[in-house]
Design a protein around this ligand. Structure first.
Ligand code: ZN
Length: 368
């Protein structure tokens, strides 16, 4: 695998009208540029990902990702990135604008496939609009069948592109322009309507998102000589929750909520209590395959609301810690989680501190 993915995220985005450049704005639960990074990682097509940014990017832990500073213009940022990798022996390079977060993995694969027999492969769209062009004050008809609208990712044989880029000093708006300006052959493949460029704030609303909801409920008996786990966190208490697993009612209710929203039955179908291999399983380990599946099917967690029903421990004392633990386990922000405590006026088993119950509601998003 000798492909490199260059993500251009150094633009100022004047038409976006915000102090925070558009590529860093929050878009479907993460910074806009991260959608492209995640897809590049997920495709497993790239040995290295270079993010070109004029704003520092923290919290990137993946070793295959490097962040470098860009130039004033797009073509300068692009050249800086090519220069940065010149000795790294990449055969091919993909260059993508961070302002297009909605391309598909299928498109990446199609580009990669076509690169075997070509030195430049570029996605394009046509238009159904009637088209005109204006020179000074004169407007004339233009045959729309002549028009190609090019998108990114665009991919190239590294050496050819790097040499063209070195000798270029005119402003160009995409990298394939270098090939065309030098009469070099380009393979054009069909692009995607959804892969539109985010230029203004209104563009953020363009994508069609579907919502899904799921509820979960769980209750476990309290028993002496067991540790108490709530939301993946160990909590000092006189008893722990009895069960086939660690009895973490919060995680079990959330798991059922997630399964409900994904329409995948319930926790008991996935982890039958008569199966010995699940005996004493820790609840975070029950959660992780579900999260993998969620990601695979293209869902994002929007928010989670939890009612923990018990006389003690007092939720207010552990709320922050439990939310932190849940945010780490679920890989979402703390402000996407709410935890409420509910006592039962000392009534019944829960009132006598012999059981703890929990209910959760989960909301998921997915591109329609
Ligand atoms: Zn349970």
């Amino acid at each position: 695998m000798t492909n490199c993915f260059i993500l251009l995220a150094a633009g100022k985005g004047k038409r976006f009208k915000s102090n925070n450049p558009k590529q860093f704005t929050n878009y479907i639960n993460k910074p806009l540029f991260m959608h492209s990074v995640n897809k590049a990682l997920k495709s497993k097509l790239f040995k290295s990902i270079i993010i070109v940014s004029n704003k520092p990017i923290k919290n990137i832990r993946n070793k295959s990702i490097k962040v470098i500073t860009g130039g004033n213009e797009r073509y300068q940022s692009s050249h800086k990135a090519l220069d940065f990798i010149k000795n790294k022996k990449f055969k091919n390079v993909f260059i993508h604008d961070a302002a297009r977060p909605n391309f598909s993995l299928k498109l990446l694969k199609k580009l990669n496939f076509n690169l075997k027999k070509n030195k430049a492969v570029v996605p394009y769209l046509t238009t159904d609009n009637s088209t005109k062009y204006r020179i000074k004050n004169k407007i004339q008809n233009l045959n729309r069948e002549y028009l190609l609208f090019t998108q990114t990712p665009q991919c190239f044989d590294f050496k050819t592109l790097y040499n063209l880029s070195k000798s270029n000093n005119i402003k160009i708006t995409d990298d394939v322009s270098l090939f065309l300006n030098n009469n070099k052959k380009v393979k054009f493949v069909k692009g995607e309507q959804e892969n539109f460029k985010i230029t203004t704030k209104d563009d953020l609303k363009k994508i069609n998102i579907k919502n899904f909801y799921g509820i979960g409920f769980d209750i476990h008996k309290l028993t002496k000589n067991k540790k108490l786990y709530l939301g993946g966190l160990k909590i000092p208490f006189h008893s722990g929750l009895q069960g086939h697993s660690d009895g973490d009612v919060i995680l079990h209710a959330i798991i059922d909520g997630l399964l409900g929203a994904m329409r995948k039955k319930d926790i008991g179908s996935l982890y039958p209590s008569n199966k010995m291999k699940f005996k004493n399983i820790r609840s975070p380990n029950m959660l992780s395959p579900i999260l993998k599946n969620l990601d695979k099917e293209g869902y994002f967690i929007n928010n989670i609301d939890v009612n923990l029903i018990c006389e003690r421990p007092k939720v207010s004392k552990f709320r922050e810690k439990i939310i932190t633990s849940l945010s780490n386990l679920l890989n979402i922000n703390k402000d996407q989680i709410n935890l409420k405590g509910k006592t039962v006026e000392k009534l019944g088993l829960i009132g006598k501190e012999q059981a703890i119950a929990c209910e959760a509601i989960v909301s998921l998003n997915r591109y329609a």
